[in-house]
Design a binder for this molecule. Sequence first.
Ligand code: SF4
Ligand code: SF4
Ligand code: SF4
Length: 155
Amino acid sequence: MISVMEVYQLLPKTNCKKCGLPTCMAFAVELLGKRKAIEDCTPLVEEAKYEKKLEGLRELLAPILSADATETGMVIHKEKCYGCGNCVVACPVNVANDPKGTAIGRGPVSGKAILVVEDGVVKCVNVDECRRFGPEKVLCNACIATCPSKAIEFI
Ligand code: SF4
Ligand code: SF4
Ligand code: SF4
């Protein structure tokens, strides 16, 4: 997990407000939540003295900004997943939303399952149903905890 403090350390820390937020700390929170982009901090991208920080921040946030990461920060390492379905059956939302399908090891029935196995690899659909989604999120870890090959990660 990347912490807000790690992001903050790589910002200019001047609280100049050019990003539209009152402090660099507030910007770090928004950046981590993908509600702001690195480029919204114009001093960081425009001023040469912050070059090293910018480089470090891009490196730090690369996994989050990659196309594979969902809004919850879930990354499925497809090469490690062998489609066993443990995570699919364990996900409490699959159990609640799709009791006649994914919850009992079958294909999705309700259309509201989060984790489904397709072509032998797990896939995250309906991400907004995940307990880690949005401001009320809870740190559910049923999918990670039940995966024998560490194919699921939250960043
Ligand atoms: S624009 Fe950058 S330096 Fe200024 S407050 Fe926002 S994050 Fe901090
Ligand atoms: S974090 Fe919890 S709710 Fe979200 S996909 Fe994993 S098991 Fe399901
Ligand atoms: S992510 Fe892990 S638990 Fe889920 S299907 Fe793939 S190997 Fe199995």
